[in-house]
Ligand binder design. Structure first.
Ligand code: GAR
Length: 203
Protein backbone atom coordinates (compact mmCIF):
# COMPACT_ATOMS: atom_id res chain seq x y z
CA UNK A 1 0.00 0.00 0.00
CA UNK A 2 1.19 3.50 -0.82
CA UNK A 3 1.87 5.58 2.26
CA UNK A 4 0.56 9.12 1.79
CA UNK A 5 1.83 12.19 3.60
CA UNK A 6 -0.63 15.08 3.54
CA UNK A 7 0.47 18.71 3.82
CA UNK A 8 -2.37 21.08 4.72
CA UNK A 9 -2.68 24.62 6.03
CA UNK A 10 -6.35 25.16 6.77
CA UNK A 11 -9.83 23.71 6.85
CA UNK A 12 -8.91 20.18 5.80
CA UNK A 13 -12.02 19.20 3.83
CA UNK A 14 -9.93 17.56 1.09
CA UNK A 15 -8.03 15.59 3.70
CA UNK A 16 -11.42 14.48 5.05
CA UNK A 17 -12.50 13.34 1.58
CA UNK A 18 -9.30 11.27 1.31
CA UNK A 19 -9.86 9.72 4.74
CA UNK A 20 -13.45 8.89 3.76
CA UNK A 21 -12.35 7.32 0.45
CA UNK A 22 -9.87 5.08 2.26
CA UNK A 23 -12.50 4.04 4.79
CA UNK A 24 -15.00 3.31 2.03
CA UNK A 25 -12.48 1.08 0.22
CA UNK A 26 -12.24 3.39 -2.81
CA UNK A 27 -8.58 4.19 -2.19
CA UNK A 28 -6.01 1.55 -1.25
CA UNK A 29 -3.60 3.80 0.61
CA UNK A 30 -2.55 4.58 4.14
CA UNK A 31 -2.12 8.07 5.54
CA UNK A 32 1.27 7.98 7.28
CA UNK A 33 1.20 11.53 8.58
CA UNK A 34 -0.60 14.84 8.22
CA UNK A 35 1.61 17.91 8.55
CA UNK A 36 0.33 21.45 8.97
CA UNK A 37 2.53 24.52 8.75
CA UNK A 38 0.00 26.42 10.83
CA UNK A 39 -0.64 25.53 14.49
CA UNK A 40 -4.18 26.98 14.35
CA UNK A 41 -5.25 24.92 11.34
CA UNK A 42 -8.63 23.27 11.56
CA UNK A 43 -7.15 20.22 9.85
CA UNK A 44 -5.26 19.41 13.08
CA UNK A 45 -8.44 19.72 15.17
CA UNK A 46 -10.24 17.43 12.74
CA UNK A 47 -7.71 14.65 13.44
CA UNK A 48 -7.64 14.99 17.21
CA UNK A 49 -8.69 11.61 18.59
CA UNK A 50 -8.14 9.77 15.29
CA UNK A 51 -5.34 7.26 14.80
CA UNK A 52 -3.75 9.32 12.01
CA UNK A 53 -0.57 11.05 13.20
CA UNK A 54 -1.03 14.81 12.84
CA UNK A 55 1.72 17.26 13.57
CA UNK A 56 2.50 20.93 13.15
CA UNK A 57 5.79 22.11 11.71
CA UNK A 58 5.58 25.85 12.19
CA UNK A 59 7.40 27.82 9.49
CA UNK A 60 8.00 30.63 11.97
CA UNK A 61 10.25 28.38 14.04
CA UNK A 62 12.77 28.09 11.22
CA UNK A 63 15.30 30.65 10.04
CA UNK A 64 14.96 29.75 6.36
CA UNK A 65 12.58 28.06 3.96
CA UNK A 66 15.12 25.32 3.31
CA UNK A 67 15.41 24.49 7.01
CA UNK A 68 11.62 24.33 7.26
CA UNK A 69 11.39 22.10 4.20
CA UNK A 70 14.20 19.87 5.48
CA UNK A 71 12.20 19.31 8.68
CA UNK A 72 9.08 18.46 6.66
CA UNK A 73 11.05 16.09 4.39
CA UNK A 74 12.61 14.35 7.36
CA UNK A 75 9.22 13.77 8.96
CA UNK A 76 7.87 12.37 5.68
CA UNK A 77 10.87 10.04 5.36
CA UNK A 78 10.58 8.80 8.94
CA UNK A 79 6.98 7.83 8.14
CA UNK A 80 8.05 6.11 4.88
CA UNK A 81 5.86 8.38 2.78
CA UNK A 82 5.81 7.44 -0.92
CA UNK A 83 3.45 10.18 -2.13
CA UNK A 84 3.20 13.75 -0.85
CA UNK A 85 -0.33 15.15 -1.13
CA UNK A 86 -0.88 18.91 -0.91
CA UNK A 87 -4.40 19.59 0.33
CA UNK A 88 -4.89 23.31 0.80
CA UNK A 89 -1.19 23.76 1.57
CA UNK A 90 -0.62 27.46 1.11
CA UNK A 91 3.14 27.55 0.60
CA UNK A 92 5.24 27.23 -2.51
CA UNK A 93 7.77 24.43 -2.27
CA UNK A 94 11.33 25.09 -3.42
CA UNK A 95 13.31 23.13 -5.96
CA UNK A 96 15.19 21.55 -3.06
CA UNK A 97 12.03 19.89 -1.69
CA UNK A 98 10.64 19.00 -5.12
CA UNK A 99 13.89 17.24 -6.07
CA UNK A 100 13.70 15.16 -2.92
CA UNK A 101 10.26 13.84 -3.93
CA UNK A 102 10.57 14.02 -7.71
CA UNK A 103 7.34 12.97 -9.44
CA UNK A 104 5.82 12.10 -6.08
CA UNK A 105 4.03 15.33 -5.11
CA UNK A 106 0.42 16.07 -6.05
CA UNK A 107 -1.68 19.19 -5.59
CA UNK A 108 -5.31 20.16 -6.06
CA UNK A 109 -6.15 23.60 -7.34
CA UNK A 110 -9.61 25.22 -7.61
CA UNK A 111 -9.48 26.18 -11.30
CA UNK A 112 -9.17 24.57 -14.70
CA UNK A 113 -5.42 25.07 -15.07
CA UNK A 114 -3.59 26.68 -16.79
CA UNK A 115 -6.27 29.31 -16.15
CA UNK A 116 -6.08 31.15 -12.83
CA UNK A 117 -3.04 29.78 -11.00
CA UNK A 118 -2.18 31.15 -7.56
CA UNK A 119 -4.43 32.45 -4.83
CA UNK A 120 -8.16 33.21 -5.05
CA UNK A 121 -8.69 31.23 -8.23
CA UNK A 122 -12.46 31.18 -7.75
CA UNK A 123 -12.58 34.98 -7.45
CA UNK A 124 -10.53 35.30 -10.61
CA UNK A 125 -12.92 33.03 -12.55
CA UNK A 126 -15.83 35.29 -11.53
CA UNK A 127 -13.88 38.46 -12.21
CA UNK A 128 -13.07 37.34 -15.74
CA UNK A 129 -16.66 36.29 -16.34
CA UNK A 130 -15.74 32.68 -17.04
CA UNK A 131 -18.80 30.53 -17.73
CA UNK A 132 -17.06 27.29 -16.78
CA UNK A 133 -14.89 26.79 -13.71
CA UNK A 134 -13.57 23.68 -12.02
CA UNK A 135 -10.65 22.01 -10.35
CA UNK A 136 -7.39 20.33 -11.33
CA UNK A 137 -5.22 17.65 -9.75
CA UNK A 138 -1.63 17.87 -10.97
CA UNK A 139 1.89 16.79 -10.21
CA UNK A 140 3.91 19.56 -8.61
CA UNK A 141 6.92 21.07 -10.32
CA UNK A 142 8.96 24.16 -9.43
CA UNK A 143 6.40 26.60 -10.87
CA UNK A 144 3.20 27.80 -9.27
CA UNK A 145 0.38 25.41 -10.24
CA UNK A 146 2.21 24.50 -13.45
CA UNK A 147 2.98 20.78 -13.17
CA UNK A 148 1.61 17.96 -15.38
CA UNK A 149 -2.19 17.70 -15.16
CA UNK A 150 -3.65 14.42 -13.92
CA UNK A 151 -7.43 14.98 -13.77
CA UNK A 152 -9.81 17.91 -14.17
CA UNK A 153 -13.48 18.41 -13.46
CA UNK A 154 -15.59 21.27 -14.80
CA UNK A 155 -18.50 22.96 -13.03
CA UNK A 156 -20.73 25.73 -14.41
CA UNK A 157 -20.54 29.33 -13.24
CA UNK A 158 -24.15 30.31 -12.56
CA UNK A 159 -25.69 33.72 -13.15
CA UNK A 160 -26.12 34.54 -9.49
CA UNK A 161 -22.90 33.03 -8.18
CA UNK A 162 -20.87 34.72 -5.49
CA UNK A 163 -17.31 33.64 -4.75
CA UNK A 164 -18.77 31.58 -1.91
CA UNK A 165 -21.37 29.67 -3.92
CA UNK A 166 -18.91 29.03 -6.76
CA UNK A 167 -16.19 27.88 -4.33
CA UNK A 168 -18.65 25.49 -2.73
CA UNK A 169 -19.58 23.95 -6.09
CA UNK A 170 -15.89 23.58 -7.00
CA UNK A 171 -15.05 22.14 -3.58
CA UNK A 172 -17.69 19.46 -3.99
CA UNK A 173 -16.01 18.44 -7.26
CA UNK A 174 -12.58 18.50 -5.56
CA UNK A 175 -13.73 16.01 -2.94
CA UNK A 176 -14.58 13.50 -5.67
CA UNK A 177 -11.62 14.25 -7.97
CA UNK A 178 -8.72 14.09 -5.50
CA UNK A 179 -9.39 10.57 -4.18
CA UNK A 180 -9.85 9.39 -7.79
CA UNK A 181 -6.48 10.81 -8.82
CA UNK A 182 -4.80 9.31 -5.76
CA UNK A 183 -6.34 5.93 -6.52
CA UNK A 184 -4.93 6.04 -10.07
CA UNK A 185 -1.49 6.76 -8.65
CA UNK A 186 -1.74 4.03 -6.01
CA UNK A 187 -2.84 1.51 -8.66
CA UNK A 188 0.29 2.38 -10.67
CA UNK A 189 -1.79 3.72 -13.54
CA UNK A 190 -0.12 7.12 -14.05
CA UNK A 191 2.94 7.78 -16.20
CA UNK A 192 4.45 11.17 -16.99
CA UNK A 193 5.66 11.77 -20.55
CA UNK A 194 7.03 15.29 -20.82
CA UNK A 195 4.19 17.54 -19.69
CA UNK A 196 1.51 14.91 -20.27
CA UNK A 197 0.22 12.42 -17.78
CA UNK A 198 -1.04 9.21 -19.31
CA UNK A 199 -3.62 7.11 -17.56
CA UNK A 200 -3.17 3.41 -18.15
CA UNK A 201 -6.40 1.45 -18.64
CA UNK A 202 -7.43 -1.07 -16.08
CA UNK A 203 -6.93 -4.62 -17.31
C1 GAR B 1 -9.27 23.95 -1.75
O1 GAR B 1 -10.28 24.61 -2.47
C2 GAR B 1 -8.02 23.80 -2.58
O2 GAR B 1 -8.30 23.53 -3.94
C3 GAR B 1 -7.40 25.15 -2.40
O3 GAR B 1 -7.58 25.45 -1.05
C4 GAR B 1 -8.77 24.80 -0.58
C5 GAR B 1 -8.43 23.98 0.63
O4 GAR B 1 -9.60 23.50 1.25
N1 GAR B 1 -6.01 25.13 -2.75
C6 GAR B 1 -5.38 26.14 -3.33
O5 GAR B 1 -5.92 27.20 -3.57
C7 GAR B 1 -3.90 25.90 -3.62
N2 GAR B 1 -3.36 26.98 -4.39
P1 GAR B 1 -9.51 22.34 2.37
O6 GAR B 1 -8.48 22.79 3.40
O7 GAR B 1 -10.88 22.31 2.96
O8 GAR B 1 -9.12 21.07 1.68
Amino acid sequence: KTVIGVLASGRGSNLQAIVDAIQAGRLAAKIGVVISDNPEANVLKRLAGSDIPAICIDRRQFASRQQFEAAVAEELNIRHVGLVVLAGFMRILSQYFIDRFAGKIMNIHPSLLPAFPGENAQHKALYYGAKIAGCTVHFVDEGMDTGPIILQEAVPVLENDSAETLSERILHAEHILYPRALALYCEGRLTIEGRRVRIIDKE
